[in-house]
Design a protein around this ligand. Structure first.
Ligand SMILES: *Cc1c(COP(=O)(O)O)cnc(C)c1O
Length: 489
């Protein structure tokens, strides 16, 4: 680890800000509207407004609502407005969290503790998820020491397989999950069928609306054909919904909602057997900024249903335009039929590698997201189309056409073995892999990433990862990231 000394004395403010600006210049230039992942953007004025509201509450601490009653008011009002959107009636309740992952961890913890309180037969709790469920469910299970059963989805539609999910239920099952929609393919799972099974078996059912919660209700109001996914569905007991995605609230803002507060009771943690201040935490974090609460409240008030409907309409139309455009590129094919503005496509031409396609698109100023091959999907390219991306779709299709032609002319192989690397050697190495072998692997690949982080050209690494079994990918990525966070450049 390279050593950086703590500064002896202070620096002037402008130099510090200039340094930050210089560092930032290496980041994804998302302001162009050409990044189709990570950033949920709308018009600059609106983004500045929500940041202004956020900054007003940067320092206030949600840890103690009796000292900051306005934070309690902001949070309960945001939750009430959202519960209205999710048709939760007067019983629904919930909390603001730092992100979708925290919301899901809390929903899983609530299910675990609800089972502990009400089902003494459950000694080895397990949750059942479709393989398309976001990894935060596996993370929740990992953190909470709960088992997870991952059920393959329908390989054509990428929706959860209801029969297989039902068959997986045992007397240890505490929670079943469906996504509305799934991140990878943007498709809504059969929520009604799944929730009805869960209810009949006496288990809880969580709908992951992290990405869809601030979108689908407005799409429905606009007349789009959206199957029921919220508290109107009998059997749905909790819902997660991120506001820092299609709510266009600055990051650090998600929600978890419950059908009633008897359930939510199991989410809370209280501790008064220490000498410091008494703690009663509804969520994972204890001290928390009021910024996200004020940001969310202000965005809801600024836009109302009208504003969100306008944004959703633009995204729906842009998605249709993109899907139409994709049909004119025979080398690429849409995966499934997305229900909203998230989608992925694969290559159906062996000379067109999606790894190379993503790199070449990158050189043209686009950021598209890679999805490695999984059980039911081959490697694919993902796009999340948010409000500020909608103006760039025609140009995106034009550049995709150009890049596909470039790749066909050069006949870029997508297979790791065809890249002149010894695949069996790599597989062997991975079977015995320990973190200190990272350097050997890099030598084998002809690259050294220890000093400079990731190369501009990600094709080799992505192809390698894609060729490995998921458990090997995880071992390798963990070793890599563990090293990455210890060596400042
Ligand atoms: C983004 C997302 C999550 C996790 O959200 P974070 O805010 O990144 O923690 C969970 N589920 C789905 C479907 C998502 O799209």
């Amino acid at each position: 680890m390279s050593k950086i000394n703590f500064p002896e004395s202070g620096m002037d403010k402008q130099t510090i800000l200039d340094n930050l600006q210089a560092m930032k210049s290496k980041d994804l230039p998302w302001q162009s509207g050409k990044a189709f992942a990570y950033i949920y953007g709308t018009d600059t004025e609106t983004m500045q407004f929500s940041a202004q509201a956020y900054n007003m509450y940067l320092t206030e601490n949600g840890l103690d609502p009796s000292s900051f009653p306005s934070l309690l008011q902001l949070e309960t009002e945001v939750i009430a407005m959202l519960a209205d959107l999710m048709n939760g009636g007067t019983e629904a309740c919930g909390n603001l969290t730092s992100g979708g992952t925290e919301s899901v961890i809390l929903a899983a913890k609530t299910a675990r503790d609800f089972a502990r309180a009400t089902r003494p037969e459950v000694t080895k709790p397990e949750i059942i998820i479709p393989e398309t469920a976001h990894p935060c469910f596996q993370k929740a299970a990992h953190y909470l020491d709960v088992a997870v059963k991952i059920i393959p989805v329908n390989p054509e539609t990428f929706r959860a397989d209801v029969t297989a999910m039902e068959a997986a239920i045992t007397n240890q099952t505490i929670l079943m999950v469906g996504s509305a929609p799934s991140y990878a393919h943007g498709v809504i799972d059969p929520i009604q069928a799944l929730a009805s099974i869960a209810k009949s078996k006496g288990i809880l059912f969580h709908v992951d609306c992290c990405v869809g919660g601030m979108y689908l209700p407005f799409a429905e109001m606009l007349g789009y054909d959206i199957p029921l996914f919220d508290f109107r569905v009998d059997g749905v007991t909790s819902i997660s919904c991120d506001l820092h995605k299609f709510g266009y609230v600055p990051k650090g803002c998600s929600t978890v909602l419950y059908k009633n507060k008897e359930l939510r009771h199991h989410q809370l943690f209280s501790c008064s057997n220490w000498p410091g201040y008494t703690i009663v935490n509804p969520t994972v974090t204890s001290s928390k900024s009021g910024g996200p609460m004020a940001g969310a409240w202000s965005m809801f008030k600024l836009w109302g249903k009208e504003g969100y409907k306008n944004a959703v309409k633009a995204c729906q139309e842009a998605t249709d335009t993109f899907i139409e455009g994709l049909k004119s590129i025979p080398e690429l094919e849409l995966l499934g039929r997305p229900d909203m503005s998230l989608l992925s496509f694969k290559s159906v031409n062996e000379d067109v590698s999606v790894f190379q396609l993503i790199d070449n698109m990158n050189k043209r100023g686009w950021h598209l997201q890679l999805q490695l091959a999984s059980h039911t999907s081959q490697e694919a390219v993902h796009l999340t189309i948010t409000h500020f991306n909608t103006k760039h779709i025609a140009e995106l299709i034009e550049d995709l056409k150009i890049v596909v032609l470039e790749l066909k002319a050069k006949r870029h192989p997508s297979n790791i073995m065809m890249m002149g690397l010894d695949a069996s050697m790599i597989q062997l190495l991975m079977d015995e892999f320990t973190p200190d072998m990272l350097d050997n692997l890099e030598a084998l690949l002809g690259m050294d990433m220890s000093a400079n982080g990731l190369p501009d050209d990600m094709v080799t690494i992505n192809s390698l990862l894609n060729s490995l079994k998921p458990e090997h990918r995880d071992v390798l990525l963990t070793a890599f990231v563990n090293r990455m966070y210890t060596s400042p450049k």
